[in-house]
Design a protein around this ligand. Sequence first.
Ligand code: SF4
Length: 318
Amino acid sequence: MDEVLLAEPRGFCAGVDRAIEIVERALYKYGPPIYVRHEIVHNTYVVNDLRAKGAIFIEDLADVPPGATLVFSAHGVSKAVREEADRRGFQVYDATCPLVTKVHVEVAKLAKEGYEFIMIGHKGHPEVEGTMGQLSDGIYLVEDTADVAGVKPRGDKLAVVTQTTLSVDDAAEILAEVKRCFPNVREPKKQDICYATQNRQDAVKVMAPQVDLVIVVGSPTSSNSNRLRELAQRLGTEAYMVEGAADLKPEWFAARRRVGLTAGASAPDILVQQVIARLRELGALSIRSIEGVTESVHFPLPRGLGDRSMSEVAASRS
Ligand code: SF4
């Protein structure tokens, strides 16, 4: 292998950064344990690291003791989960990505105006459960174009929302079918697929045709990481997703001249650096970034957690 090309941008997005920082700061402020509903972000390394620092990851709020501090994951929660947390009297910090919250707010607002919804997304993904769970009924999940014909709204006011981490191309195809079946459907003013998903997919579209093989750093549960691997494959380039350097198989690189490397929005840079170091061991002679979009998105922390710099928080924990 002569060269490794790095996709730009890759790795952490603003929503993931914020979610991890919320758990770190809650650990600093209250001390362990801090309970987190669901994996804070879909990355094994991040979850294990926070677990070692005192976070306890749960799925069922019945597993959280009274009076505990609880963080909702970046994927968001349903109304029922929020109400149950209130009822049980937990101190709650909400790490839902503001771009997911934006979709929840849109659903609540339009539901009040009498709209029903088609949600384009993946069944069982926590973000989809959270968004669909903003309403008790009148929201229909479609995973592919074939599902659209099965939607039978009760009224004539119908809006469409999407999961934030879908394949941009798949979502466009499903949306076209939705519009064909329901010509008056209301679309979001700005698409729900987030800037980070869009930018990472755009970067793979630039990179994949230039390389013989694409490596995506990400965990199998990460929706946006899976979409990056699929996208490279669709563009005709062999692609693998790895949790880290240990997953790289030397035989993948035999007779490959150029390898492309990217990372999902929940994959920390330390894993990318370890993969680069391993690729050097496997024979990579040079590492080069491909020019891409520079991201400058930053989301504020919840009230009560942002009063110290992160370096102070880190210093107090070391
Ligand atoms: Fe937010 Fe997008 Fe990152 Fe998900 S991938 S946390 S929606 S910015």
